[in-house]
Design a protein around this ligand. Sequence first.
Ligand SMILES: Nc1ncnc2c1ncn2[C@@H]1O[C@H](COP(=O)(O)OP(=O)(O)OP(=O)(O)O)[C@@H](O)[C@H]1O
Ligand code: SF4
Ligand SMILES: [Mg+2]
Length: 329
Amino acid sequence: MTTPVLELVDVHVQFHTREAGLFSRHRLHALTGIDLWINHGETVGVVGESGCGKSTLARVLVGLQAPTSGLVRLRGDDLSTMTAKTRRQAIGSTVGMIYQDPSTALNPRLSVSAILSDPLEVHHRGSRAQRSARVRELMSLVGLPSSLAEVFPGQLSGGQRQRVAIGRALALDPEIVIADEPTSALDVSVRAQILSLLLDLKERLGLAMVFISHDIQTVQRVADRVVTMYLGRIVEEAPCTAIPEGIRHPYTQALFSATPSILHPADPIELVGPMPSPVHPPSGCPFRTRCWRATDLCAESIPDAVADINSPQHNYRCYYPVEPRSLTG
Ligand SMILES: Nc1ncnc2c1ncn2[C@@H]1O[C@H](COP(=O)(O)OP(=O)(O)OP(=O)(O)O)[C@@H](O)[C@H]1O
Ligand code: SF4
Ligand SMILES: [Mg+2]
């Protein structure tokens, strides 16, 4: 077995927080028991509703958020055993990050060329001339005309800004890119272009990628494997070839049923009630308060991850999984 580029082992992230109107502090369970690995060249899609922990997961993967407990391994090396400097160097040269909103992710006071050369300078890459050449190369890679080199982010369109952000993420020639909802803040008209650019770069550069989105249909198009998160936990992990027919977890089924072009448009599964508070997660299965298949057993303990008999790469946490192919009737 090859060593994954990135690996999370039993990662938990808890934040101390105050609930509105109350003075006591609470623990918010943003991530609970996350096991995840990403192999060289592989794209893993992450889906789930707002607040389920997707961005926290992204921040853990790029070293911006230290886990409360658990391990993060970069090419097999435990990040927590590295000095801060070694960790910054190791992450900086291996992992690139693309954020949701390019208008806030780019420094408005730096020109496009300064934004793209910044990571090269921070990591002492090349001479001045080599850095300039790399900036030109990056601009061409992400489809930005060289005439925009000295322009500031405020003068660019949303799509152009996201191209700059993608170029910056690729500046140090990373092995893996973490893209946290990279198209959701963009105009609908440019989303497809940015998605195509990412897919093209992934192929050309042989990148591994973690692609986060609440749109399961987009994720299925981009990823090799789809991870479904609910209330800070991974509840299902399935190869794209098993989706949608092979879905086993009721929550993933509900997410897919809301995408009309894949399922019968007249038959969406409506989730009743809000996602529970991550400050007071329910006992047992986190989905049980909204699950139409729940019984008393579901409140007792979180189901173990079970591998699907048809595909060992596919696992889910559910006592009463849906039958494969039941989606297509
Ligand atoms: N720094 C923080 N301090 C306190 N709570 C936080 C912090 N960051 C995130 N949270 C909480 O952790 C939970 C997970 O947040 P996160 O941003 O990871 O969700 P998400 O899935 O990315 O949501 P969205 O789809 O809206 O971007 C939420 O309840 C959020 O309010
Ligand atoms: S374990 Fe129970 S509550 Fe959780 S998804 Fe399965 S059936 Fe629903
Ligand atoms: Mg988010």
